[in-house]
Write a protein of this length. Structure first.
Length: 670
């Protein structure tokens, strides 16, 4: 039975793909009928993904029980000595990622039924979710870099469709284009690096590439700098996909999509793909210290950058988006310092509590719309919230659990994974640890700032003065509009329906307890996930003193952040506005996102437009001018010659006589 399950493991990505294909064909061929069967289509797609989820759990359990890695390949293309094989592989990493992706996607799909209930694109959204999940699952089980690249691009395509789901709004159209173009930059680097590695090693297999590259560098066949260049180019792909500095700018704008897709992108699909590829490419990266250092510092800088920008955000989804950038930085930094299992451990814990936090934000927006209307800057602005805990107790409970988890408060999941990264960073490079430690304090501050502003204090949603001020602030970006939703307005917020709150409560369980798998004195997660090519050794004697010092530092900075947030936004003993006025430069630097968007707009967007206009002028004046001149010459010559073709023999004889006379005169003169 076990072997049969492995033989049919390819069904894990194929089942949601079939669901998306059938529903998509229904929308194309029988649009009105398919849209009328809204919930039947939703149940069909959710059921297929549920089957994939069951298979994923079964395979994970089989791997935990010690089943050998399973790879099945077939020849895809051949030309001379070139042979390209495709297939799938089930090992510890792919089995774990399958479970993460299917569980989060399944709960997001259940949640979507309540959130998108009034949207005219309900069925289309489910089809997009299904193909998105299928693309990520296909990427996870890919056995080589070429197949990863194919599904990598499919994931990017699906993100474009989902971020721009409400494509009739200019902001959504711009956001999906921004995400697509930014990712093309990274993907071009990935393609160049992939081809360079194949040129050097003659293989697309991860392990073979690593072994051959190490051998080629050691014997001097390939210069270490060239090997590092290939690896950095490959790393550009994860830099874009996982929103690392300097290609992080697309992720906050991805909030233009409906909240369920924000949860899926930020937790288990798009951004997780980048960290996953770094893990798959670990046999190549770990051979090159310069590349590992680059990866570590990019991750550290990204984690600090995301946290500093999140400090001043008032849009609840935008604050969570910058939080994701920061947490992804932790994962990438872990990979760079060689903390392979710690980075993947944080990927797993973060997937569950960040999915829950985003779904909680959607629940808050859903409840707020009934009070403030459908303008997104009102429904999502935390300055109009407050006191929602008494109106939305389940949502507030789940959000608090997620906040405690991401802040690294024991025994919640984020404590164990983040503390392990910080401990290993201290051993690798104290400077990296310092950046991560400071970021942990900032994380605790901005997350509890979000919690206090949203769920504690007095409800501010009926304050017309604040509403007018926000509506007058046209410079504020509008994220996540619900223009297609129809809700009855009321004077107070309300809890979301069961289809939305149940996934929150389910996700609260792993957010609280799944971190216990990685207790440092009994690290079952590390015993299961370890770097490829290495044999897990017996864990050395656990040092309680070292653990308590490192954990005490990380928890201590988090408690300081929580305390400051409480003094500012719960007890109101410190005025945030006064601090902003005292340090206006720092405040504006954070509020304007380190001015990255402004710089990119002026340097790249405007200059590209200027170049395009100049090329258009060349096309209009030179290319079109040459074509038009050729046509004009043809017309003029044709018009002139037609008078010589009159059909009269006497006229032709006269022309011949004139020509002969001309030749006689010319030759006589000569």
């Amino acid at each position: 039975m076990s072997e049969l399950l492995y033989e049919y493991a390819w069904l894990i990505p194929v089942l949601p793909l079939v669901g998306a294909m059938l529903v998509g064909l229904g929308l194309i061929s029988f649009n009105q009928g398919t849209n009328r069967l809204r919930q039947i289509n939703a149940v069909f797609i959710i059921s297929l993904l549920g089957a994939s989820m069951v298979m994923s759990f079964t395979l994970l359990w089989s791997q935990i029980q010690g089943h050998a890695d399973y790879t099945r390949m077939f020849e895809w293309a051949a030309a001379g000595n070139f042979h390209l094989k495709m297939g799938y592989t089930i090992d510890h990493l792919s089995a774990l990622m399958n479970v993460i992706v299917t569980t989060v996607a399944f709960l997001v799909m259940v949640y979507t039924d309540g959130y998108m209930a009034h949207d005219s694109g309900y069925v289309r959204f489910y089809a997009y979710l299904s193909i998105f999940s299928a693309s990520m699952l296909g990427l996870v089980i890919s056995p080589n870099l070429v197949q990863v690249y194919i599904f990598w691009e499919l994931v990017g395509m699906c993100s474009y469709l989902l971020i721009g789901f409400w494509f009739d709004r200019k902001a959504a159209a711009n956001a999906c284009q921004k995400a697509f173009v930014t990712n093309r930059v990274g993907d071009f680097g990935l393609l160049l690096g992939m081809l360079g590695l194949y040129w050097a090693t003659g293989s697309f297999d991860f392990h073979i590439m690593g072994e051959r590259l190490e051998e080629l560098v050691s014997v001097g066949t390939i210069a270490p700098a060239l090997a590092a260049l290939f690896a950095i180019l490959v790393f550009l792909g994860p830099v874009a996909k996982s929103a690392q500095f300097p290609l992080h700018v697309w992720l906050p704008d991805a909030m233009e999509g409906p909240t369920p897709i924000s949860a899926l992108i930020h937790a288990a699909t798009m951004v997780a793909a980048g960290v996953f590829l770094v893990a798959r490419m670990y046999p190549v990266f770990e051979q090159i210290p310069a590349v590992m250092s680059t990866i570590a510092w990019v991750g550290a800088l990204t984690s600090f950058l995301g946290a500093t920008i999140a400090l001043t955000q008032n849009d609840i989804k935008k604050g969570l988006a910058y939080s994701t950038i920061s947490q992804l930085g932790y994962m990438v930094m872990a990979m760079g310092i060689g903390a392979y299992s710690a980075g993947l451990f944080h990927l797993m814990t973060h997937a569950y509590f960040k999915a829950m936090l985003f779904l909680c934000s959607g629940s808050v927006i859903h409840g707020m719309e009934g009070v403030v209307g459908h303008e997104p800057i009102l429904a999502q602005d935390m300055r109009l919230m407050g006191g929602l805990r008494k109106y939305m107790p389940l949502t507030s409970f789940a959000f608090l659990v997620g906040t405690l988890a991401i802040c690294g408060i024991p025994p919640f999941a984020g404590f164990w994974s983040k503390d392990e990264i910080l401990s290993l960073a201290f051993g690798a490079n104290p400077a990296l640890w310092l950046v991560g430690w400071l970021t942990a304090g900032l994380t605790a501050f901005y997350m509890f700032r979000m919690y206090f502003m949203t769920f504690e204090g007095e409800f501010r949603g009926n304050d017309q003065a604040i509403k007018n001020q926000l509506l007058a602030s046209s410079s504020l970006p509008q994220f996540g509009s619900h223009d297609n939703h129809v809700h009855n307005h009321s004077c107070s917020p309300h809890e979301s329906p069961l289809t939305m709150t149940l996934p929150l409560l389910v996700l609260a369980v792993p957010s609280a307890f799944i971190g216990l798998l990685g207790k440092p004195w009994d690290n079952k997660f590390e015993g299961f996930i370890f770097p490829p090519g290495e044999v897990i050794e017996e864990i050395a004697h656990f040092d309680w003193t070292e653990f308590l010092i490192m954990a005490g530092n990380s928890v201590g900075i988090a408690v300081i952040g929580i305390t400051v947030a409480s003094l500012m936004y719960l007890q109101h003993k410190i005025d945030p506005a006064a601090i902003a006025k005292r340090y206006p430069t720092l405040y504006q630097f954070s509020l304007n996102k380190w001015y990255f968007d402004d710089v990119y707009h002026n340097v790249f967007v405007m200059k590209c437009r200027r170049l395009a206009r100049q090329i258009m002028e060349v096309d209009y004046r030179v290319i079109d001018g040459a074509v038009n001149l050729t046509g004009l010459a043809t017309i003029v010559s044709g018009e002139g010659l037609k008078y010589l073709e009159n059909g009269r023999v006497q006229f032709y004889a006269l022309i011949v006589f004139g020509a002969v006379l001309g030749f006689v005169i010319v030759f006589s003169v000569v």
